[in-house]
Write a protein that binds this ligand. Structure first.
Ligand code: NDP
Length: 285
């Protein structure tokens, strides 16, 4: 079998088109547009690139967009004061603090300070709790993107075996909860899992978020499975996923490539969450 590709840019473009079509109607109704504020501390090149892409995408969509680029020596108090101001700013519907933060700043204190109703990254403990119990919440962007990709190919998760490799708070755990909400039977694997291949070979849907290049090979995949590769790893001058594409694509029915898979979905999900926040504020949900 040669797997069909689930192309992130294609899925993301379809969602952005929906947002772009909805925006003029919302603007007409409210006299406002969704506003996203991003805070970047320091000069990390990868973080600068991510923030630049977020700014570009939100502007292209017609959102109000601002980026606070702060020096690396910014204190925690200064950052918390800025977040407090943005929490009260009527034109801002989403606040994102680009991670990682410099070592002298307590990440948890910062994420906890973002108003729950503006926490478009979905990392505030109240959002995390609401996701756990299945209440209204902002779904973290990368797991949300994975689910949209499954939706895009019309994959019905009910009764299927889903295996998630990785149990991080930003990908593995939330995507497991989302798969469970869709009535899959979910198994979560991690670094202490024994005989990983025996578990992954049971998966109708395999989501891999580890950060180890090519660790899942074709012989670890059930024929016909759908494979979502979240991993982004630099090997020499190339980006590769956690799944060995050559062998996996001979076995799977669908697979996300790296690059060009889950990566491009994440920013689009941020835009969708910001739009969602805007609608909630205006009672349009
Ligand atoms: P973390 O490092 O936070 O988590 C990695 C997880 O992998 C841990 O749960 C760890 O287990 C597990 N793990 C490590 N080694 C093994 C192993 N040998 N077998 C099974 N499980 C193992 O990573 P993230 O979740 O933040 O990111 C994972 C990958 O996804 C990275 O490549 C990252 O770059 C990428 N990513 C991509 C995004 C996108 O937009 N596409 C967004 C976010 C991340 P344990 O808990 O036991 O240590």
């Amino acid at each position: 079998m040669t797997a069909k590709l689930i192309k992130g840019p294609e899925v993301a473009a379809a969602i952005r088109k929906q947002i772009a079509e909805e925006l003029p109607v919302l603007k007409e109704k409210t006299g406002e547009v969704p506003g996203l504020s991003v805070i970047l501390i320091g000069e990390d090149p990868a973080s600068k690139a991510y923030v630049g892409n977020k700014e570009k995408t939100s502007k292209e969509l017609g959102f109000f967009s601002e980026v606070h680029r702060l020096p690396v020596e910014t204190t925690q108090e200064e950052l918390l004061a800025l977040i407090d101001r943005l929490n009260r700013d009527e034109k801002i519907h989403g606040i994102l603090v680009q991670l990682p933060l410099p070592g002298h700043i307590d990440e948890k204190a910062v994420l906890d300070a973002i108003a729950v109703e503006k926490d478009v990254d979905g990392f505030h403990p109240i959002n995390v709790g609401n996701l756990m119990v299945g209440d209204d919440c902002f779904i973290p962007c990368t797991p949300h993107g994975c689910m949209k990709m499954l939706e895009y190919i019309g994959f019905d998760l009910k009764g299927k075996n889903a295996v998630v490799v990785g149990r991080s708070n930003i990908v593995g755990k939330p995507v497991s909860l989302l798969l469970l909400q869709q009535h899959a039977t979910v198994t979560i694997c991690h670094s202490r899992t024994t005989d990983l291949g025996a578990v992954t070979r049971e998966a109708d849907v395999l989501v891999v978020a580890v950060g180890k290049p090519n660790m899942i090979t074709g012989d670890m995949i059930k024929p016909g499975a759908v494979v979502i590769d979240v991993g982004i790893n630099r090997v020499g001058d190339k980006l590769v996923g956690d799944v060995e594409f050559e062998s996996a694509s001979q076995v799977a029915s669908y697979i996300t490539p790296v690059p060009g898979g889950v990566g491009p979905m994440t920013i689009t999900m941020l835009m969708l969450n910001t739009l969602e926040s805007f609608k909630r504020k205006h009672g349009l949900k």
